[in-house]
Write a protein that binds this ligand. Structure first.
Ligand code: GMT
Length: 377
């Protein structure tokens, strides 16, 4: 198939999923055309069958804001026509599904189809704003196929927008062969020079991630045992988190590592992963941790209970219940047999339920199904 993929190229789960999907589909022989305003973060190096088309946004003194939606739609039309796309798969509805809807009106190929994958805040936060809602709803309804990354997100889409069309749940995935724990991570001695237990969190440091809860949980844990906290990523809450760490006088026990692309050394060197988010439609970083045999303690929000099995691959607790999450962390970090059992169960779940091989095949089958159905006009 000739497949167009549009996603955000920046540091974030939806772009990661879109890019890894494109790379795997390319290895399976499909031609993949990425359409975005910059090269997606994980699309490094040359990959056979992968092409990149950059959206150019012209500026004009009259425009106060860059007009990305029509610029993207125009690029989609150009690529669909010249590269003979069978379908365009857009990740994150705002504004990608809208650009795709506009493009579909113009693309003459009667067999061309648009698929939208909903990732989270496009539905639960941004898409609900009155300035977006009617257009997001229309764009989803006019997609030929719609997928959501969890059952929770599917339900939210149906209830928040009153959308009745079929939404296929295709969860996120991990390349469990590549995301495999190394026994000799060179970072272990760095994080744990004197046998400290190592906790970690990875995110874009947006308010929904509640990174300050991570620091508060760690504060309680480090009072009970020598410990290090590894924080990967960057974003709006980074400065306030650094301030909180200083206020609590635990700054010297926390490593702010910024954005990192290679997680293998880091996640192979940690004992526990924390994800106390306010909202999480799936929680890709938790799945990646599980693949590296790291048990996860998370909030019970959104799609997280579909991923983290309570008392089996980790623990879940109410949003903001820092005390309980700390109690669970201390329990696992003081009972190595249990922690290792959870680690093995998490890895097993990542391999058996969320493997790249399995989920990319689900996407391929879904593409075939949508291509065989009548076009949504
Ligand atoms: O919505 C965001 O803040 C970022 C978004 C993204 O583009 O990374 O994250 C969402 O998509 C991920 C990939 O499907 C999911 O793993 C995240 O749970 C989801 N974030 C939220 O729902 C907050």
């Amino acid at each position: 198939m000739n497949i167009g993929i549009t996603c955000y190229p920046t540091y974030g789960g939806s772009g990661v999923v879109a890019t890894e999907l494109g790379k795997t589909l390319a290895k399976r022989g499909h031609n993949i055309h990425f359409i975005s305003y910059a090269i997606p973060m994980r699309l490094d190096g040359f990959v056979n069958n992968i092409f990149y088309h950059e959206v150019e946004i012209s500026t004009y003194p009259l425009f106060e804001f860059p007009l990305y939606t029509p610029a993207l739609a125009s690029k989609m039309i150009e690529v669909a026509n010249y590269e003979k796309l069978d379908l365009l798969h857009v990740h994150y509805a705002v504004p990608h599904a809208t650009s795709a809807f506009i493009a579909k009106q113009v693309i003459p190929n009667p067999d061309f189809r648009v698929i939208t994958t909903l990732h989270g805040t496009d539905i639960t936060l941004v898409g609900l704003e009155p300035s977006f809602l009617p257009v997001v709803k229309l764009s989803i309804e006019k997609s030929d196929g719609v997928t959501a990354v969890s059952r929770h997100l599917r339900e939210k889409t149906q209830t928040n927008y009153g959308i009745e069309k079929d939404i296929e749940v295709i969860p996120n995935f991990v390349d469990s062969d590549a995301y495999k724990r190394k026994t000799d991570s060179c970072l272990r001695s760095n994080f744990s020079p004197n046998g400290e237990r190592v906790l970690a969190h990875i995110s874009n440091f947006r308010p929904v991630k509640r990174v300050s809860d991570v620091i508060r949980i760690f504060d309680i844990v480090q009072q009970k045992m020598p410990a290090t906290l590894v924080l990967v990523g960057d974003g709006p809450d980074r400065t306030s988190c650094e301030m909180l760490a200083r206020e609590l006088k635990i700054h010297d026990k926390i490593r702010f590592m910024g954005k990192q692309s290679d997680l293998t050394e880091i996640l192979s060197a940690v004992d526990l992963f924390l994800l106390p988010s306010q909202q999480e439609s799936f929680g890709l970083s938790a799945l990646e941790a599980m693949s590296y045999e790291v048990p996860v303690i998370s909030s019970s929000v959104g799609g997280l209970p579909e991923l983290v099995l309570h008392n089996q691959t980790g623990y879940i607790a109410e949003i903001g219940d820092v005390e309980r999450m700390a109690k669970y962390a201390i329990e696992l970090l003081t009972n190595e047999n249990k922690r290792l059992m959870f680690a093995k169960e998490g890895r097993k779940r990542a391999v058996e339920v969320f493997s790249e091989e399995k989920i990319v095949t689900e996407y391929e089958n879904y593409y075939k199904k949508v291509l065989s159905l009548p076009k949504v006009i």
